[in-house]
Design a protein around this ligand. Sequence first.
Ligand SMILES: Cc1cc2nc3c(=O)[nH]c(=O)nc-3n(C[C@H](O)[C@H](O)[C@H](O)COP(=O)(O)OP(=O)(O)OC[C@H]3O[C@@H](n4cnc5c(N)ncnc54)[C@H](O)[C@@H]3O)c2cc1C
Length: 482
Amino acid sequence: MTASNLAHTQPQTAFPAAPDLDESVINDFATQLRGQLLRAGDEGYEQARRVWNGMIDRYPLLIARCTCAEDVITSVNFARTHQLLVAVRGGGHQVAGHATCDNGLVIDLSPMKEIEIDPEARTARVGPGNTWGDLDRATQTYGLATPGGAVSDTGIAGLTLGGGFGWLRNKYGLACDNLLSVEIVTAGGRHLRASETENPELFWGIRGGGGNFGVVTSFEYKLYQVGPEMIFCFAFHHGEKATEALRFFRDYTATAPDEVGVLAVLGVFPPGAEAFPHEVHGLPYVLFASTYVGSPQEGERRLQPLREFSTPLVDFSGRMSYVQMQTVFDEDYPNGLRYYWKSTNLLELSDEAIGVIVEQAQRQPSPLSTTDIWHNAGAIARMDPNKSAFRGRDVPYLVSAEANWVEPGDDEANISWVRGFLKTLQPLAEGGSYLNFAGFQEEGDELMKAAFAEQYQRLVELKKQYDPTNLFRLNQNIRSDP
Ligand SMILES: Cc1cc2nc3c(=O)[nH]c(=O)nc-3n(C[C@H](O)[C@H](O)[C@H](O)COP(=O)(O)OP(=O)(O)OC[C@H]3O[C@@H](n4cnc5c(N)ncnc54)[C@H](O)[C@@H]3O)c2cc1C
């Protein structure tokens, strides 16, 4: 691999040099925190500097393991005063690895795990260090849930701030649509509450606008009665029928009720994967993964066509608990593998688009990779688009090319596959994308302008108000002076 090719396949973030901080200044900072302050060489530093994506290998100057909102205020004030680069860590699941950095301060929220549920009011107040698994287990104690992600290890924070697609999405909306309020520390170190009635413009911006405006120290969600038993369709059809399968998926989703949350996934049964019978190893598949938010009996009837499209090669469909259902994809995404995912919006799943998707999917260099097509409709589309910064509510299909591989020597082939895939699909696409599946966000302002479109300027105005110097810039970054 040439040096220029290598540069092309690394996250493009330029990190400033670490400022020269006096030992006494750092010690003073450490004594103000209730949580730990970690530096290179400290026990726990090595683990705390790493994120889920094994491509990211960064060495922060300091890691503040915050245990409360006051720790966050102290950390933000310290970073601003000493002009330190800031990274904010929730679950550490973002592909670009913005939850860590070289030479700067990581505001690590992972110790902030409090969860307070009001079963009567059907609300949950949730600390930013929780994962969806943490929250699902707590809410299901009362037979309740809020729409989250499809992998239980993902952080509630980054997923919610960027939008949040999960199994309940068409019935109850995005994760961010179910926020009732947040508490947030702004770049100036103020601790504010934002809701429909308090700082409503800030509340508009954080629902889809990511971590641009501050560090959220508490999320309040609306809950719904869900489960405990769910029906889950997990039927793998032969990949040689991929074109017909995606046409079927288009027709099925055109009339599916909001209770159905369905995903079509194109991939290959990985050779050696013990979960699958030996005879299918190496074969391409189209997986229909779906649930039904309602009675399992009715769900079985509604999801049956997804299982009967053909005789599946493998069919793991069945009833399971909501908590278990939320973990079915966990094993596919272990910490430390190399990942590069990127998405694009489609207004229509035309025959032409299906042709491109099937052809490009077949080119995946790694057997661990997949192409995911999310069907998004119902409650997502019904929400007033001006109520939150999330954009793309009228987009029924989100296509995400997800490269997952092991060897650093395969970086270029895998990243090129994803980029080539999206470039080929681009003439048929809507122009926007989902910023929680945005590769290394290497296109910078152009990516943000395309993704936020008519919302972009309003976000710039909000950035000017809450973070004019771009203290919070390791994120889906909106600059105050684009
Ligand atoms: C295995 C896997 C499965 C996924 N599945 C889904 C899915 O089903 N649906 C979906 O919509 N997305 C999904 N995603 C994408 C996911 O939404 C994003 O990766 C998201 O950024 C993860 O949030 P996090 O807190 O874990 O990430 P982190 O890497 O910790 O944070 C990402 C960014 O969010 C910001 N941030 C985090 N916490 C805060 C905070 N408290 N205050 C302010 N800013 C903050 C920061 O800018 C940070 O850089 C998945 C990702 C992975 C890796």
